[in-house]
Design a protein around this ligand. Structure first.
Ligand code: ZN
Length: 339
């Protein structure tokens, strides 16, 4: 290995761990996805061992000696505190009672004997998008990232650092309520979110929203649509494929999602006035014509002042499958060696 030191990025999810190595010069030593089973269903101790294996594995893959590692960046799906304590009420991926209130970051730190720097997965993806886009000038720029998946995650980056907040809950952009006039059809019910609110961004712009809110409404308008014959959870996942083929119902669903994201970005424009608006998730892992159209729709529905529009960039989050591990590593590098 070249001179210098490294940080390791570890991303854990419901099924897989993904690992990467980031050199102190800012270069990633791993180009591909390095996935191993996360074993989170078997409880905290087994999951920590699985992460330790992922750590050893990525070091041997890159030929980096353990003593070159200064810190570990670690990210998980939320909800968790800013220090990586899983919510006391549990979380979708950490539902067993052992996980409730479990200090995942400290557990991993004790096991590895190295400083572990935590970010939630939305914040890690936001950090990666920001640094991949801005490179050397990352510390002089701000951005917001929205990642449309099962829920609507993301994060807010200011001067190259993610905004975490007092309780670690800053940048929970999915649960910001948005104006819905013009987004919903006249007879469309105001959608509910899993968080208990009505009409927040996630209640429209997420896979959960398609299954719970958008698809049931639009299938009522298109009762002969082939998706009407499927269980709603299966049908929700197929909307994307239909949209790629130009299907009318699927296009309406995506139009509503793009509009909701534009309304959300409009709110954020008035709070942090970011230089870049990033979009990631299933919705943009589609055929180029659909994702280009979708990004353009989001941009159209984001209302910016003229001065802001001259500054603002709209872009997709690159390498989304690696964004968690890479963003976690960037978080650790910034902690060891502040921007
Ligand atoms: Zn919500």
């Amino acid at each position: 290995m070249e001179e210098g030191w490294v940080v390791v990025g570890l991303d854990t999810g419901g099924t897989c761990n993904n690992a990467t190595v980031l050199h102190s010069s800012g270069r990633f030593l791993v180009d591909a996805l390095v996935e191993t089973p996360s074993r989170v269903l078997e409880g905290p101790q087994v999951a920590i061992e699985a992460l330790a294996e992922a750590f050893d594995n990525v070091l041997s893959l890159t030929g980096v000696p353990r003593q070159s590692v200064r810190a570990v960046g670690f990210d998980t799906p939320g909800p968790a505190t800013a220090d990586g304590v899983i919510s006391r009420r549990g979380a979708t991926n950490f539902s067993a009672p052992d996980w409730h209130g479990f200090d995942f970051r400290s557990g991993l730190q004790d096991r590895l004997g190295l400083p572990v720097v935590y970010n939630n997965d939305g914040n890690a993806a936001a950090l990666y998008a920001h640094h991949a886009h801005f490179g050397m000038i990352a510390s002089e720029r701000s951005s917001v990232a929205a990642v449309v998946g099962t829920g609507l995650g993301g994060g807010i980056v200011e001067s190259g650092n993610v905004v975490k907040g007092a309780a670690g809950m800053a940048g929970e952009i999915g649960h910001v309520r948005i104006p819905l006039d013009g987004v919903l059809a006249d007879d469309q019910p105001v959608p509910a979110c899993n968080c208990g609110q009505y009409g927040d961004a996630e209640s429209v712009a997420s896979l959960t929203a398609i299954g719970k809110n958008l698809l049931p409404y639009w299938l009522g308008r298109y009762p002969d649509h082939p998706l009407a014959a499927l269980p709603v959870a299966t049908a929700a996942k197929q909307v994307r494929g239909y949209a790629e083929r130009g299907d009318e119902l699927a296009t309406k669903v995506f139009e509503q999602q793009a509009m909701a994201l534009g309304r959300l970005f409009t709110i954020i424009a008035n709070i942090t006035d970011p230089a870049a608006y990033f979009l990631g998730g299933g919705v943009v892992e589609t055929q180029p014509h659909l994702r280009t159209w979708f990004l353009e729709q989001v941009r159209t529905h984001t209302t910016l002042r003229e001065e802001q529009a001259e500054q603002a960039t709209f872009a997709l989050v690159p390498h989304l499958d690696m964004a968690g591990a890479r963003g976690a590593a960037i978080g650790a590098l910034s902690a060891v060696h502040p921007l």
